[in-house]
Ligand binder design. Structure first.
Ligand code: NAD
Length: 293
């Protein structure tokens, strides 16, 4: 069993820290705002990290991860393992890892898929970048918070696969909305559309789990007025990280870029709190180009 400092006890961090504590680890948490019950709380990140073998961060962005990790390595240079489970830029994860190594500690990126439900049920999917021995050290903790833990290679690669996955997902959800609206306007009943496509080559998670029309998939956000789920604002955050990675590597991701623009407009119009599948309302409201296809 491990002594863990858990920094960032928000929607994801609080249930993850609770699962670690329930699995028998000693967990001390800290959050600037959120004070969840069920785990021991400290008055500062430094106090939470005193005597901890492992520090886990679950924070809104890479700048905050950098700030928290840097201040902890400066306050206490004792070698330990830092595990960041936030979603941040690939380049930022690599830069933080470099600084942590300079300070004599270790760092891995371990972003997650599965949302608040996965965090609560301990069924998250972890995608991990970092040295083999650091992955091996982190794995016993990650399996207490998730049902799938994959080592994807060098530092930053966890964030890389997360950015790629969510770019695919965003494009799928938009093109599915386009096809559903087109099909309806051609006279198709969405139930027939669903029955055929979910057994055909156009199938995807966006359809089989997250269908954006009520009555097609039990439990999909469309059945609950698009309560997330995975909020459009978080999808936009991840798309921006994917676009940054595309820029850094000189990769043209035309569809990813178009999806980023559509989600940016959707969030700007005030819908950032809805599930990202609610983008179908923007498709329904949009007008085709004046001439041609
Ligand atoms: P959240 O905003 O609910 O929680 C973040 C917490 O960090 C907040 O409680 C905030 O008070 C705290 N915080 C901010 N700065 C701090 C500091 N300096 N010290 C201590 N605490 C600080 O966000 P979340 O939904 O829990 O997401 C956390 C991370 O997980 C994000 O990077 C997000 O992109 C990623 N993620 C979220 C989901 C999801 O469905 N919510 C899914 C996958 C990944």
């Amino acid at each position: 069993m491990t002594t863990v400092a858990f920094i960032g006890l928000g929607n994801m961090g609080a249930p993850m820290a609770t699962n670690l504590s329930q699995a028998g680890h000693t967990v001390r948490g800290f959050d600037l705002v959120s004070k969840p019950s069920g785990i021991e709380l400290a008055d500062s990140a430094e106090a939470a990290a005193a005597d901890a073998d492992v520090v886990i961060t679950s924070l809104p962005n890479g700048m905050l991860v950098d700030q928290v990790v840097t201040s902890l390595t400066e306050a206490d240079p004792t070698p330990r393992l830092y595990i960041d489970v936030s979603t941040i830029a690939v380049s930022q994860a690599r830069e933080i890892a470099r600084k942590v190594a300079e300070a004599g500690s270790r760092f891995i990126d371990a972003p997650v898929s599965g949302g608040i439900v996965g965090a609560t049920n301990g069924t998250l999917a972890f995608m991990v970048g970092g040295a083999e021995e650091d992955f091996a050290a982190a794995k016993p903790l990650l399996v207490d918070m998730g049902s799938s833990v994959t080592h994807c290679g060098a530092i930053g690669n966890g964030q890389a696969v997360k950015a790629c996955n969510n770019m695919i997902l965003a494009v799928h959800q938009i093109v599915l909305a386009e096809a559903l609206v087109l099909g309806q306007r051609l006279g198709l009943d969405p139930r027939d559309f669903f029955e055929v496509i979910s057994h055909a080559t156009g199938n995807s998670w966006a359809l089989s789990v997250n269908a954006p029309v009520p009555g097609l998939v039990e439990g999909s956000p469309a059945n609950h007025e698009f309560a997330p789920g995975f909020a459009a604002a978080l999808m936009l955050k991840d798309l921006n990280l994917a676009m940054q990675a595309a820029h850094d590597t000189g990769t043209d991701t035309a569809l990813g870029r178009a999806a980023t623009e559509q989600y940016a407009e959707f969030v700007e119009a005030g819908h950032g709190g809805l599930d990202f599948s609610a983008i179908i309302s923007a498709v329904e409201a949009s007008q085709p180009p004046a001439a041609g296809w």
